[in-house]
Write a protein that binds this ligand. Sequence first.
Ligand code: ZN
Length: 155
Amino acid sequence: MVAARKLDPVVDRIWVVLAEVPDPEIPAVSLVDLGIVRAVEADRVTITPTYTGCPANEVIRTDIRAALDAAGFAAVAIETALSPPWTTDWITPEGREKLRAYGIAPPLEAGERAVVCPRCGSTETAEVSRFGSTPCKAQWRCGACMEPFDLFKCH
Ligand SMILES: [Zn+2]
């Protein structure tokens, strides 16, 4: 056993399996992209739900279980950590890019003041409805290209 070894091959393989599990509401991004997978060890995966009461949370757990089982990791446990709570800051840069490519504006980052239209990049945007097609999205419209789009909010 080499203590200094950075990547445990088993842990590495579990990450690869999890990176292929799509978010149930936005299949364009994986649970790893969203930062829902918090930690991976050889015998357990720790996840943090996006927000309490989100109906997707149960689906997420079931989907991870199925993916682990299918990849031969039936003995790996799934643990839920509620603290510290998940925030949209946990979405990876790659996840934000995938959301944008899918036509969903990623949540504002610290220092950002305006929601950017995922289609044309304009900041002339306005909220149409706080409630989009799912509880995790709000409906917005761009004043430049006039296209409606979803903003990922989840809180
Ligand atoms: Zn636009």
